[in-house]
Structure formats: C-alpha cells, structure tokens
Ligand binder design. Structure first.
Ligand SMILES: NC(=O)c1ccc[n+]([C@@H]2O[C@H](COP(=O)([O-])OP(=O)(O)OC[C@H]3O[C@@H](n4cnc5c(N)ncnc54)[C@H](O)[C@@H]3O)[C@@H](O)[C@H]2O)c1
Length: 474
C-alpha cells in the first residue's frame, strides 16, 4: 500500500473511473468553506459573482499527457467544469475534447491559435481557475499572466530557467494577491505524508540530514519515434513527440539539477522551509555525460551513424546537490535520469532518534525498534501513522494518477479556489524549490562553488508557520 509509485507517467490515470465525489461530501466541504477561513482580498473567481452551483470553471493551458491526466481527474469531481482548453497541437486538443465529451460536459472553448493564444483564454470571464501543464519554459510567463488576469493559478512542476523567473512569480503574486499553487504532487505521496506525520510527532527526534531526488531512467521519455510518447525511437526536438519534443533539449543545453521539486518538495515540508527555516546555500557536482549518447548508439533504430549520435549532451548523468539550511540540517538531492536504473526518489529522513529510507523501505527508531543494529520494515509504521488526509480520502484517491497522490494535489487546489484561501503550496515554495535549478547550474559551471539562496520571502520565513496538511481538511 505504501510502496513507491512511479511518477511522471501521466497515462496512468483511469479515465473511465468517473465515480464522482459524492454530492454529500461536496456539500459538507462547502459548508466548511463558509466558516472562518481567510479570504484573499482582490481575487474574485467568477463563481462568487452570482452563480450558486459552486462549480469551479477551469481553463487548461497545455493539454498534453499531463494536462489531460489532470483534466480527467477534474472531470471525476462534481465541482469542476472544463470551460476552456488551450494547446498549440491539434492532436492534444482533439484528445481533450474526447475526454470532456465522455463525461457529457458541454464542449470547451478552444484556444489553439499559436503560442500566445493562451492570453485569450485568460481573458475569458467565465473561468475561475487555470491549470498550466506546458513545457517548462512556458510555466512562469503563463503563471504570471494568469495571476495578472485575476485567475486562481495552478502550475505544473519544473525548475526555473533563471533566478529572475522565481522573482517574477513572487513579485506578481505580491502585486496582484492572486494565489498561485505549485502542483508538487509528491508532497502528497502516502508514505511521504505518513513520515511527515511521524516527523511532526517527533519520532525521528530533531532532524539532521535528508535526502531525495529525481532518480528515474527517462531515456525512453527523452527519445521516441515522434508518434508514441515512450521509446520506440531515438528522435527528439522537432522529430520527437510529447516530452521528447522539448525536455530533451534541456539535456542538450544545460547541466544542473533540472527537475528538483519531486525530491525537495517533501523535504521542504519536513524542514519547514520558508516557515521558520530556509535554504542558505547549495553546491552541485556533475558526472560526465554518457547515458543519452549510449542510448542512441545502442538503440536498434539508432546506431553510431544516426544524426543524433553526434549530439553532445551537456547534462551530466548524475547531478548531486548538497544544500545547507538555516537551522543546521544538510540535504542531498540527486538528479539521475540518463542511466539504466529502477525508479526511486531515494528519500532519507534522519534525526537524533532515528532514520527512514524509502529505497530499502526500512526504518530504525531508537528505543522503539527492537534490534539496535538492524533495519526493520517501515510498512507497519507507515500504516500506524497514515496521514489523516489519506485516511479520509483514500477511496476518492483510488485510481487517480501516481498512486493516488494526484487526487490530493488537485483537490488542494480546487478547495483553495472554492474557499478563497491561499493554496498549501504557494509561490514562495515554487520560487524557492525552482531556484535550485539555476543555482545548481551556476555551481557546476564554477567548479562546485557554493551558491547562496535568495530569500524570496524577504524575511517573512522567520515568522511564517507551516500550514501544509496539518489535518484532514485539504
Ligand atoms: N507532477 C507530475 O507528476 C508530472 C508528470 C508529468 C509531467 N509533469 C509536468 O507537466 C508539464 C507537461 O508535461 P507533459 O508530459 O504533459 O508534456 P507534453 O509535451 O505531453 O504536453 C505539453 C503540451 O503543451 C503544449 N504547448 C506547448 N507550448 C504551448 C503554448 N505556448 N500554449 C499552449 N500549449 C502549449 C504542447 O503542444 C503539449 O501538448 C511539464 O512541466 C512536466 O514536467 C508533471
């Protein structure tokens, strides 16, 4: 039940499972919404301007594999309508329309007239909230424009291309006060949340050292045949499809931790980053680059004479980043996407009283574990300390992407919109976590020198309190 669930396979969602949240549960949560939650001044979703069915009208920008996966999840709920979709690829638009038609919703308004047409979607008055699932370089400009247009914004995960992008997110939020949620779903993984529960109950004592990362063999994602999203070829860029069309170019041109947030998100929650703690600096070190080249050369449809065999990939196969925090903890973050390896995010949580590691699914707690020098299985502890959110929503989450965690991240966003509250993962989290990418690139480029972290909260981290998943609300 608590096993690691492979992430980044957007096709995993069972589209046919449209057993909606019960009307009763929806009314219950709506009733809670009326009681004592902080209201965001300045943000007025259209549903508050007269409509009373309390459905959230969503616009999707980027309806590729991930966008459609989130769309399918939204359509399983009875409090969401997909009003508009935007993509530059007609195939993605067609596939999205089919998903929407299957649940008998009215056809969405379509924006497919080039790369800037998303701006027209943002001007649609009927849309309350926008979900952005485009290639990485679009995330910040789209999120910034969405906040400026007054839409509650949710943006998929990535690393920043430059520190300025992180400031753009924070500055736009501070100017507009329109909330923007960073959709880091691993914060909601069941074992990760059970361990958060244990951390907060003090079972590990005072935290000292944490590890995590993105350790996922993506060679079959970075290359394909231009038709199927996974494998069957060694093409990328204009000849690639889905992530091979854009993600691989980052491996050609950049050397750093390009995808830090699946690892750092949960760690930041354990350590209360931006809420009593902050990252001070990091150093990054890269191996040489071999995996992607070898994959092309050794692939049966590639070979040493294939044009892509002469491409030089800048991205080192394994990037190791060490971060230091204000409160004295150390973190090791790995980015490992080009070599043969089983999937693992490699979490380790270690404190003065014990240690959990997800790779060996094991735990040791001093004074509780019976044998002082032996690992014991983590499973019974993870079950005992199952997070209240998972206890409450396990049935609803069943069948949702990535072992159910996608249900929680979307639910948190939709509930934030309905209640007009700040989302649990905000622009300050997004900026801080995304900053790891350009900082790690700079560190590697300067011989692993330490790079100081900007304080995106401008000192507010000293009095902010961590409110992420404190109970079973959302
Ligand atoms: N959190 C997760 O578990 C998870 C899983 C998969 C992907 N992702 C993230 O989701 C994002 C999308 O990934 P994907 O796998 O769906 O990629 P994808 O290539 O399948 O989809 C991206 C879509 O964006 C469209 N697009 C590109 N430029 C556009 C523009 N200017 N306007 C409108 N549409 C545009 C493309 O045509 C494509 O359909 C990425 O940031 C990725 O890292 C997250």
């Amino acid at each position: 039940m608590f096993g690691e669930k492979k992430i980044d396979n957007p096709l995993e969602i069972n589209i046919e499972m449209k057993n909606q949240l019960s009307r009763r549960k929806f009314l219950q949560t709506s009733a809670v919404a009326g009681t004592g939650v902080a209201i965001i001044p300045g943000a007025f979703p259209a549903y508050l301007k007269g409509a009373d069915d309390r459905k959230i009208n969503l616009g999707f920008i980027g309806t590729g594999l991930r966008g459609r996966s989130l769309m399918s999840l939204a359509l399983r709920r009875n409090d969401c309508t997909v009003k508009a979709i935007c993509d530059i690829d007609e195939k993605a638009i067609g596939a999205s329309k089919k998903i929407i038609a299957k649940v008998w919703q009215a056809p969405p308004k379509v924006f497919s007239n080039g790369e800037e047409d998303y701006l027209n979607l943002l001007h649609e008055e009927s849309i309350d909230a926008v979900i952005i699932a485009t290639p990485w370089v679009w995330h910040v400009p789209m999120a910034v424009n969405s906040m400026k247009a007054g839409k509650y914004t949710a943006v998929e995960v990535c690393g920043a291309t430059a520190i300025q992008e992180c400031w753009d997110l924070v500055n736009t939020y501070e100017e507009t006060k329109v909330p923007c949620m960073f959709l880091e779903n691993v914060c909601y993984r069941r074992d990760v949340m059970a361990v958060l529960n244990m951390v907060r109950k003090g079972l590990f004592g005072e935290l000292m050292h944490l590890e995590g990362g993105y350790q996922h063999d993506l060679r079959h994602v970075k290359f394909n045949d231009g038709i199927d999203p996974y494998g069957k070829g060694v093409e990328f860029g204009e000849k690639g499809y889905s992530e091979a069309a854009w993600r691989t170019n980052h491996s050609v041109n950049r050397n750093g931790d390009l995808y830090p947030t699946h690892g750092i998100g949960p760690i930041a929650q354990y350590l209360n980053i931006n809420r009593g703690n902050r990252f001070l600096y990091l150093t990054s070190t890269s191996t040489k680059s071999r995996g992607l080249h070898d994959y092309i050369v050794n692939n049966e449809v590639g070979g040493k004479d294939h044009p892509n065999a002469s491409v030089e990939f800048k991205l080192g196969d394994v990037i190791t980043t060490v971060l230091k925090t204000q409160n004295g903890e150390s973190i090791i973050l790995s980015h490992d996407t080009n070599l043969p390896r089983p999937y693992s995010l490699g979490f380790r949580v270690q404190g003065t009283k014990g240690i959990w590691m997800d790779v060996n699914k094991s735990i040791y707690l001093e004074g509780i574990s019976k044998d002082a020098h032996r690992w014991e299985p983590a499973e019974p502890y993870l079950e005992k300390y199952d997070h209240p959110l998972w206890k409450k929503y396990a049935a609803e989450a069943s069948g949702a992407g990535h072992g159910g965690m996608d249900f929680f991240v979307l639910n948190a966003f939709i509930e934030s919109v309905k209640r007009k509250t700040n989302p649990p993962i905000d622009v300050y989290d997004a900026a801080t976590w995304m900053a790891i990418t350009p900082l790690s690139e700079q560190s590697i480029a300067t011989g692993s020198q330490a790079m100081p972290f900007p304080d995106f909260t401008k000192g507010k981290w000293m009095k902010n309190k961590n409110e992420f998943a404190l109970n079973d609300d959302f």
